[in-house]
Design a protein around this ligand. Sequence first.
Ligand code: SF4
Length: 339
Amino acid sequence: MNIQLPNSPTCLVLYSGGLDSILACKILQEQGIHVIALYFITPFFGYKLKEQEKILMKKVLADQGIQFEKIDISDAYLKMVKNPEHGYGKYMNPCIDCKILMVRKAMKRLGEFNASFVATGEVLGQRPMSQRKDALRIIERDSCADGLLLRPLSALHLPPTDMENKGLVDRSKLLGLTGRGRKDQIALAGKYGIKEYPAPAGGCVLADPILSRRFKRMFELWPELDVNECLLSQMGKHFILSDKSWLVIGRDETENAKIVSMIREGDIKLGLTAGPGPIGLWRKIYSDVNADLAASILCRYARVKRRLEEVRLSGPGTENIKTIRTVPASDETVNRYRI
Ligand code: SF4
């Protein structure tokens, strides 16, 4: 049973949905601390969380009596990803700056939630980039959280925080976990009766080899890439045409519908006049010099292959801009422009 004392402190815990952050919540809650789980949304994680996972995440927290709050930091996150002060990991994952940004955002919200400190589920030595001892210290320093950032799972290997020194948090009840193993965490899940939990924020697409290559190319080509475009770049097949315009083609009906919902002023939508088939979104167009090429790439993905296809080009709120009769692009053409 969780006992919460009348004047117990409140803590904001960075919550990824994974087991480690749930355990951080539980360890603090067990000391009578009121815990609020902060879940961050960015174009690279959080947004893509499937509805079922979101429900599971909320249910797990509700079962454990933990308050859940969502915070959308998409714009600030995107700005950071384009130029992270501490660099990238193996792919486009700026893990140290990512943590700094989330802790800094949580620190700014302490007053709003009447909370006195921030905690995370970080485990010393679990991740090569952001969970080394020096990286943990940098995260604390650069997020302006000196003395106010607690890592309950590895606290015994780290200097005592202000909360421990003042007696708000009982250090003897914190843990000294290290490394990549999961045995201790799984045992703790059993102790707290946590039977079901979503996969950790492994959903971060910045650590995906294929997507991170695509992001890198796009940030180089279009430094102004915005949140809508980061989301768009994670669905469908992508082509950069010779004039540096961007063609996205849906791989199935669900993606087609999502792509259509993302069309905005200046975009051109491509579809087959003969009936259902792939939908294309053509963006960053400065002339129609590549209209034939875009249409022929779209035809290449028609389910029923015809020698000659007709492709309708239209804009948001307009009927046909033009209709193009074309043949499906060759494999060589498709491979030349695909990213
Ligand atoms: S993997 Fe992604 S979400 Fe996790 S710390 Fe790195 S950048 Fe942030």
